[in-house]
Design a protein around this ligand. Sequence first.
Ligand code: GLA
Length: 387
Amino acid sequence: MKETVLKKFSEVFGDTEGVKVFFAPGRVNLIGEHTDYNGGHVFPCALTIGTYGAARVREDKKLRFYSMNFEQKGVIESSIEDLKPEKEADWTNYPKGVMWAFGEKGFQIPQGMDILLNGNIPNGSGLSSSASVEVLTGAILREFFDFQVSNQDLALIGQYAENKFNGVNCGIMDQFAIAMGKKDHAIFLDTADLSYTYAPLKLDGAKVVIACSNKKRGLGDSKYNERRKECETALEELQKVVQIGSLGELTEEQFEEYKHAIKDEVRVKRAKHAVYENQRTLKAVAALEKNDVALFGQLMNASHVSLRDDYEVTGVELDTLVEEAWKVPGVIGSRMTGAGFGGCTVSIVQEDAIDSFVKQVGEAYQAKIGYAADFYVVEIGDGPVVL
Ligand code: GLA
């Protein structure tokens, strides 16, 4: 891949003088969905697929970007002195957002850059291609301008860029999982205070399989912000009867005791998901520690049901993939992953059942939805690196 991006860089930008090559992973979340902006826990891991980038510093203030994933868009130019979100800037709003965010945090970018990207995360799959680009950009800026920032800072700066520059009110999970990734480990992160531990992903001969629905996401981002608002309102209502700073502070029992304070049925369901999903995540991590992969799988299944019925972020595509997966012998657990409304599912599948899983789920999906899903057996990888 390094050779591929260097060759293309040379074709697009003339030569490879002063170029360095970088990689940042994508991520998949195993459990703990829509908990990260509710002060709850998440359990994601970085993948070995992700975004490759070749970059160099320019003498002037110009920015030139090129993506091998959107070749038809050609070179997109702007300036380091004019960092604002623009529709025409298209995908470059992600790296530009990070450059802007570094400036906001006191790290001014002194010179322009040429940057070429090539990602092997399926576009719009919900495996965080945008957070991957954000963390990658941060790693590039740190390397060339010698900024003293940690990987955790890269995650926070990436999230800041996504929130303030690109207008998606996301939590910290994606950028954190990518910036802090560790081979063969999942990250057990408490989003209330960013404390975390690494858990070895010992799946007893099973593999992590991702099924991509190929559903084009449209309204996803606005619906995401809507869910977030619903949870915030529910929290304010609960705070009238119980002293809490976030939904993540409640146990299931406490929620049942105080939920009467929430004055709307829909908001009760949203908050219920946030509370129960957080508790499920704690139980799932404890199960994995005890090598109880079966219980981990059952909790994944329960997570999907809650996302389907209470949080209502699944849709027929993700539900079909998951419900078909549950029917396949050798599937330990299956659920949607990421924001929802399209994107991917994550399943834990016994190695010898993977072929029948792909065939059975694939055929049923095609028959019901009318187009194909894609399947990936993934490996868990490290955070960003200079190659
Ligand atoms: C998206 C967001 C994350 C998280 C998930 C849902 O991926 O970027 O912060 O909220 O959705 O768990």
